[in-house]
Design a protein around this ligand. Sequence first.
Ligand code: ADP
Length: 448
Amino acid sequence: MFSRILIANRGEIALRIIRAAKEMGVETVAVYSEADKGAAYLDFADEKVCIGPGPAAQSYLNIAAIIAAAEVANVDAIHPGYGFLAENAHFNEVCRSCKIEFIGPSVEAMQLLGDKVACKQLAIKMKVPVFPGSKGKITKEEKAVEIAEEIGYPVIVKASAGGGGRGMRVAHNDIALRSGLRSAMTEAEAAFGDGSVYIEKFLEHARHVEVQVIGDKHGNAVHLYERDCTMQRRHQKLIEEAPCPVIDQEERDQLCEAAARLIQAAKYHGAATVEFLLDPQTDSFYLLEVNTRVQVEHPVTEMITGVDILKTMIEVSAGEPLPFAQDDIELTGHAIECRINAEDPDRNFTPQPGLLEVFSPPGGLGVRMDTHAYAGYRIPPNYDSMIAKLIVHAEDREKARWRMQRALSEFRVGPIATTIGLHRRLLNHSAVVNNDTDIHFVERLLGG
Ligand code: ADP
């Protein structure tokens, strides 16, 4: 096992990793930018190292500064968390050349699954359901039009190196497709240095369902069931739950087994999430992409399976076999997570940095808080506005929903505006209660 690891991240996920490592007797080195100086969670690490000024490009994305900190602190491994450098294959490669274990997949598996076209081709081979569309990259407009006519409009043009919704265009006819193709290629070239795109069928009313998977270095891959993240706004997830409330056990098994097959075929070790869109009209699933890192919403999976995902990531990275087999994973009850963001929903979700004078989180049976915030914490303006994740677990979805409402009603934060009120409203909405939602539900409700 490692004796020391460095955490190349900040905030609640840095704290989550510190907690997992501590329970394993592994020492931690936290890094921080000048904007995070004085953040209380840093005191829980065994050592802390400043890696640069507030802007992420000069600190949390600064590979040279992070590697220098790792060498000085003499760590065995680096955990990248999510965001920042977590899916950066170059960073992964630099860690390898410095003989520092990257807590995540190999460079090759990250590149394979990170390339959406290559990933889709592997998925087809492994009989994982994918959207109808081009078999590979598209270079000619005529070919794109031909495929679109075959699968039927609307279609979506996507960048194979895509991320963060860039290089994507929806087209309802030939003319839109031709111009969408050109602009998506230009955008992808500028954003990723790779202008290649592909097209697939566009699903108007979809639910977002994703499978948590984890593999080791001995060829084992296990799924930890699925999460439903349909409640999102502009592709940002707001509420996540597990299991997905609209599929039956047979659909669940098929989907989850397909996801595990995919990462096994990629010789993947570490945690990954295989994302799908579900067409609720036909109960069909289509692969969206694979995220080669731990996700924000991993706690809901931990609550229904009892698996400590962060601890398992560290174990498999150190070369240990997965401590469980597929049959050991049992799904118990229902979990819901609300992302508490320092944003003002009444002012178009403008971020609200500044002093948290009041921060009094809920507790009680079945309530989990993953947060680095506290009363007196000053939210820096430089980063993501998520300040806490509130997670509940109960016997079934309805009891979990009631528990979440109860917990949200206890949560006191001020004077900073947050998404707490919005969560209460959403969880009370009849469409949410009855699972009659799709990924555009929140935007429709709030008017765009
Ligand atoms: P990125 O990696 O850029 O986030 P994704 O492939 O994850 O790209 O797609 C981002 C979002 O775009 C999805 O969450 C979904 O809302 C929408 N989307 C992508 N592909 C389709 C599709 N074929 N049909 C409908 N919506 C899609």
